[in-house]
Design a protein around this ligand. Structure first.
Ligand code: SF4
Length: 235
């Protein structure tokens, strides 16, 4: 399947956003947080862990350590113990402790807004930096996690494979006002229709626009499934 031109991608993006807005009118952030620090903590803890698991841990973590100052004052052992039900907890405890200390010592306890300063914090990569900038500070940013990268490629909006390159591709084709929402759309759409191991293209509201069902091999399977009146399947 030929790659789309930049202009074609821009037009496709507008149409996709229109359908996504109708499909998910009440899009909600899945992490629980009250301020930028708590969102940063949720983002760091979220690596290779579900948001549900992160929320379970932070429900008590944020009671025991209510501010960034409390995290900075806590010992590494205490933080490690408090998050031990999360995967990779030893590394994540180091990241939380290190980030809290830098934020308290260098930024007067306030989570920085600039991408460079966020990326300088331990455990903060492009995804978490964009999450904090977009969702908390409302600075236009595209959050590219595995769902967003995978589905954006299937849709035809991105061609690259590494998250930073996909983020730059999406920033070129999505209208800026949709940057923050896009990552949430992709996570929700991945959960509802476009799972990594089972894409339900037959029921998917984006199927007329998405480039994946247009691939010849997939088309054959879809036609066969429709002829058998299947309502769902894996493609
Ligand atoms: S049409 Fe299929 S591949 Fe495309 S977004 Fe929908 S489920 Fe995913």
């Amino acid at each position: 399947m030929a790659r789309l031109s930049l202009q074609a991608k821009k037009e496709l993006a507008l149409n996709l956003i229109s359908v996504l807005e109708q499909t998910y009118p009440n899009l909600e952030m899945t992490l629980n947080y009250r301020d930028a620090w708590e969102l940063l903590v949720g983002g760091i803890l979220g690596a290779q862990t579900t948001d549900e698991q992160v929320n379970r841990v932070t429900a008590t973590l944020f009671v025991d350590y209510p501010t960034v100052y409390d995290f900075a004052a806590a010992s590494l052992k205490e933080i490690t113990e408090a998050i031990r039900t999360v995967g990779l907890y030893r590394n994540k405890a180091k990241f939380l402790s290190g980030s809290a200390k830098i934020i308290v010592e260098k930024h007067d306890g306030i989570v920085p807004q600039s991408r460079e300063e966020l990326l300088a914090l331990p455990g903060v990569g492009p995804k978490v930096a964009s999450l904090v900038r977009g969702d908390y500070y409302q600075i236009p940013a595209v959050v590219v996690d595995t769902h967003c990268g995978r589905i954006s490629r299937l849709l035809g909006l991105a061609d690259k494979t590494d998250p930073r390159s996909i983020e730059l591709e999406l920033m070129k084709v999505l209208p800026e006002m949709a940057w923050i929402k896009w990552g949430h759309f992709m996570v929700t759409h991945g959960r509802e229709y476009c799972k990594a191991r089972c894409r339900n293209c037959l029921a998917c509201p984006l199927s007329d626009l998405c480039q994946y069902p247009k691939r010849k091999t997939v088309q054959k399977e879809l036609i066969a499934a429709r002829q058998q009146n299947q309502e769902s399947g894996c493609f």
